[in-house]
Design a protein around this ligand. Structure first.
Ligand SMILES: NC(=O)c1ccc[n+]([C@@H]2O[C@H](COP(=O)([O-])OP(=O)(O)OC[C@H]3O[C@@H](n4cnc5c(N)ncnc54)[C@H](OP(=O)(O)O)[C@@H]3O)[C@@H](O)[C@H]2O)c1
Length: 268
């Protein structure tokens, strides 16, 4: 199938997944813009990528990055920065990118993590990483933008013969170790980029793992087998209802209202 070329912004472009997103998007003939914090790190990226310097915690630095894009792939990571990093980068970064986009329309592919709805694990209790990533998912769903949310399993823990893609919904694997599922980094990038051009992936949230078997020829059939998130829902289809909106921090509720208002303003 011929894919229409898009202008794709990669947010987290210098990361272990983001670099592959840039490569895969270029290989699919998309024009790629890479948001980077440092020009020095941008040298890791292919020369065909357009580099824009910015920091997702500085909203004013994002305007040029989002200008004229058709699609945005977000693979931010703030590992090691604790609760503040999770809040400011994984969550605040997504909020700031959506705000910079304003009322313009762009297809969104957001990477979070398998287990993102598990609130009671020691990992989440100490880092709040799941909670802030889940809140970033909620911002994307509330935005009214066309989206796909990808929750990968453990990066590159797959054996050499594990390339058969399995997409799950409801986020019920909460062991907190690779028994939850494994996936090659390159396949994560492929799924994120391919979702941008797939009507079958629209409004879908899923866990992404690989099992024994060959890689699929196309992702569309896999996307088509999934249920879409209910219209207007904040959580993924069949997610645990364990993050009641009324218990959320007031500013988070304000961010959800603000991001929803961007599209409403557009429709008026
Ligand atoms: N490891 C696993 O098995 C696994 C499984 C599922 C999900 N995850 C999740 O995946 C994420 C890690 O992905 P990864 O390996 O690609 O991460 P990574 O290599 O650490 O890359 C993170 C990216 O985010 C960028 N970034 C961080 N703060 C930023 C800011 N303020 N402004 C702009 N960009 C910023 C980094 O830029 P710099 O290069 O400038 O730092 C980098 O490009 C983590 O959040 C993790 O929880 C991991």
């Amino acid at each position: 199938m011929k894919i229409a070329p898009l202008t794709v912004l990669a947010v987290g472009a210098t990361g272990s997944i983001g670099r592959l997103v840039v490569e895969v998007a270029l290989a699919q003939c998309h024009a790629v813009r890479a948001l980077v914090r440092s020009e020095a790190k941008a040298r890791l990226l292919p020369a065909q990528a357009q580099v824009v310097v910015g920091d997702v915690t500085r909203p004013e630095s994002l305007r040029a990055a989002v200008d004229g894009v058709d699609a945005i792939v977000l693979t931010l990571g703030a590992d090691g920065l604790g609760k503040a990093g999770a809040e400011q980068v994984s969550y605040g970064g997504v909020r700031n990118v959506l705000a910079a986009l304003g009322s313009r329309r762009a297809r969104i592919a957001l990477m979070t993590a398998i287990g993102v709805t598990d609130r009671l694990s020691r990992y989440n209790l100490s880092t709040e990483a799941h909670d802030w990533k889940r809140r970033s998912e909620r911002l994307v769903r509330a935005s009214g933008l066309p989206y796909t949310i990808v929750r990968p399993g453990w990066f590159d823990y797959n054996a050499a013969d594990q390339h058969r893609i399995v997409l799950l919904q409801g986020d019920r694997r909460h062991a907190g170790d690779p028994s939850d599922g494994v996936i090659a980094r390159r396949q994560i990038a492929q799924v994120l980029v391919c979702s941008l051009s797939s009507d079958q992936a629209l409004r879908k949230s899923f866990e992404l793992v690989a099992e024994k078997g060959p890689e699929p020829k196309s992702f569309d059939t896999l996307f088509a087998a999934l249920d879409a998130d209910p219209q207007g829902a904040l959580d993924g289809v069949r997610d645990l209802p364990n993050m009641p909106l009324q218990d959320e921090p007031q500013y988070v509720r304000g961010d959800l209202a603000a991001v929803a208002a961007l599209r409403v303003a557009d429709a008026v």
